[in-house]
Write a protein that binds this ligand. Sequence first.
Ligand code: ATP
Length: 218
Amino acid sequence: MAQFAVIGLGSFGATVATQLVKLNHDVIGIDSNKKFVENIADQITHAVIADATDEHVLEELNIQNCDAVVVAIGEDIEASILCVLNLKNLGISKIYVKAKSKAHTMILTHLGVSKIIHPEEDMGVRIAQSLSYPMVSRYMSLNDNHYIVKVKIKDNLHGTRIHSLMSHAPEVKLLLFKRAETIFYTLESNLMLQTDDILVVEGQLEPLKRLSKQFKSE
Ligand code: ATP
């Protein structure tokens, strides 16, 4: 169990805080607005009304003992930056900050913030990708060009042999295969795919795009 602080309990901050509690962590939530603190008080470990631009207040709350702090103050860039400076002064190295604009991101980068989050943009990218690649149920980016992707076999590929599907992108590596509740790490190359089988593959964007064309049922 780790100890986290979330500063700013709007919809983003409140979601981070309550999810961390569900994952069995200790969470202190801070907001200058009483209403937001009251809304979440019974769902997190401690909920405090405080101004995070005041370093002494943060120190009194023992923020310095937290494993990481999430700053989820969106609109008030000045408050967000002052809060980050206070956290740095208190020696906290793991700071995640929600950024609203390019200027905000630039300043945070210069302050050496370990993780800058753009929730709306990230969600927009994910929605566009899931519309463009509906067969992809999950993906993880390893770097700009390299992904691990989980795909579900639809009716149009039922009865296709796995080697025939994978031959469209031989560079892509099949990491695992799941049928019902059973996971396979090695497969007969002539295995016949069935609807709802799951494949987890790894590869670069271009071959993955080539492979994805096979999943589209025109
Ligand atoms: P959402 O997550 O709802 O999209 P947002 O990005 O629009 O939020 P804001 O609503 O501007 O962000 O701020 C989030 C929360 O941060 C608000 O509840 C606000 O009261 C709180 N907040 C703003 N300034 C401070 C401060 N100095 N100290 C503590 N909390 C603050």
